[in-house]
Design a protein around this ligand. Structure first.
Ligand SMILES: Nc1ncnc2c1ncn2[C@@H]1O[C@H](COP(=O)(O)OP(=O)(O)OP(=O)(O)O)[C@@H](O)[C@H]1O
Length: 411
């Protein structure tokens, strides 16, 4: 059975850089084009693809490219038979027997999405062989999906006007990735996903790991510094940042370059990613830690505050005892509580406030009305509405077949 996904990318983080990318992509999708997000591993293509699909508000089908794929995996297949036998003995001396055998056809995800107007997210589509993806050509351009010949069902499906496809791919130099036929690329709008900027990575690490903003920033800076010195550009630093953040947060390990445990974790996660000899890569990483210790100015301001409250104004490796590291871990909790609202939070809060105040006046509104009346993008409205609903300030009234209505929640 084909499964329809109601994807809500968990804890999606939106920063000005992501918002710009999303609104570009959303604009193309709304104009009827399919979008292709291309970029290095871990830059957030799949997450953004699912988020865009969510913004389109249609059911979502997700496909993961695979070298073993055949066309049948995209469009569907004959699955079993149905047999019908009619024995007509109306006149007792005459027996008429009709025996009919039919193939059963089962739609695959692309076919279902084209037929019903769902959004297809085809992740890492260039892991499938190019000839397998050929069926997409007519679906995207002529809006016709061609099925294998059959006597008992149509061989063409007219693609539903609301069908949209969002493709993601890794660069062609990656292992296990195929080249893409020009004809397919020509039908897509390709957006190159850059390495997420520092603010974006920091916000993602905070949201996904629960670590405080300063520790997240320090992790991002260490990983980025190591990445630029020792790792090829073709992978993003976001995943290692998330892994380091998660481990430190779950095991309450102080994120400080002086902390031997933290250094070990960074070593375990980063060194194997480098193509340099192990000793050289280790040297690079230790140089980064030592620079951070020697130049505390390069650290984030709250870490300084943390250190000061632990009684360590000037840090050298000798000064930092195990005990001090423990104290730092405790004081970090205090510093976390002090973490100021970021520029992004303030920006989102503004949109939330605008929408809330508007709803206070008008009582209720639909998403499209909020967009046009308040001059906000779909992206901004959806994010603000989600956040207001999560805070219990709004509720969403759903009526089958009609757009949802948003109202202020009255306790
Ligand atoms: N905007 C975002 N909000 C929250 N988390 C994000 C965001 N962007 C990326 N992430 C997180 O970063 C990690 C990598 O993202 P994702 O898997 O989308 O990257 P990708 O480019 O598709 O990687 P790959 O090419 O290896 O499949 C995931 O854990 C994802 O949850």
């Amino acid at each position: 059975m084909t499964t329809v996904l109601q994807a809500r990318p968990h804890n999606f983080v939106s920063t000005p850089a992501i918002e710009r990318l999303s609104s570009r992509a959303l604009r193309y999708l709304q104009s009827g084009y399919s979008v292709h997000l291309r970029g290095a591993a871990g830059t957030g293509k799949t997450t953004l693809g699912l988020h865009l699909a969510d913004l389109l508000g249609r059911p979502i089908m997700v496909l993961f490219g695979d070298d073993e794929f055949t066309t049948a995996d995209l469009i569907g297949n004959q699955l079993g038979y149905t047999r019908k036998k009619v024995v007509d003995n109306f006149i007792h001396s005459v027996v008429k027997v009709e025996d009919e055998l039919r193939h059963n056809w089962v739609d695959s995800r692309l076919t279902l999405a084209c037929r019903e107007g769902f959004t297809l997210v085809y992740d890492e589509f260039n892991r499938s062989r190019p000839e397998v993806n050929n069926v997409l050509l007519s679906a995207l351009e002529e809006k016709l999906l061609v099925l294998p010949p059959s006597g008992n069902r149509p061989e063409y499906i007219r693609v539903h006007p609301q069908f949209r496809a969002i493709f993601t791919s890794n660069p062609e130099e990656y292992c296990g990735v195929h080249g893409t036929q020009d004809a397919l690329l020509d039908r897509l709008i390709t957006i190159n996903m850059p390495e997420p900027d520092e603010l974006t990575q920091q916000q993602i690490v905070v949201k996904k790991t629960g670590i405080d903003a300063d520790s997240a920033l320090l992790i991002v800076r260490i990983v980025q510094a190591f990445q630029s010195a020792a790792i090829a550009d073709s992978v993003s630093s976001l995943r290692p940042c998330l892994i380091i953040g998660t481990v430190c947060q779950e095991h309450e390990i102080a994120v400080l370059p002086e902390n031997p445990e933290f250094r070990e974790i960074c070593g375990d996660i980063l060194l194997s990613r480098s193509e340099q000899p192990f000793a050289e890569a280790t040297q690079q990483l230790w140089t980064i830690f030592n620079q951070l210790i020697a130049e505390p100015k390069t650290r984030q301001p709250l870490a300084e505050k943390t250190l000061a409250s632990a009684g360590l104004h000037r840090i050298t490796p000798e000064l930092v005892s195990e005990e001090a590291v423990e104290t730092l871990a405790e004081t970090r909790a205090v510093a976390t509580a002090e973490a100021e609202t970021t520029a992004l939070d303030r920006l989102l809060a503004t949109h939330e406030q605008t929408i809330y105040q508007h709803l206070e006046v008008v009582g209720s509104a639909r998403l499209a009305e909020l967009e046009t009346t308040l001059g906000l993008s779909r992206f901004q409205v959806v994010n603000a509405l989600k956040s207001l609903i999560e805070k219990g300030l709004l509720h969403k009234q759903e009526t089958p077949g009609a757009p949802s209505i948003y109202q202020i929640h009255i306790a």
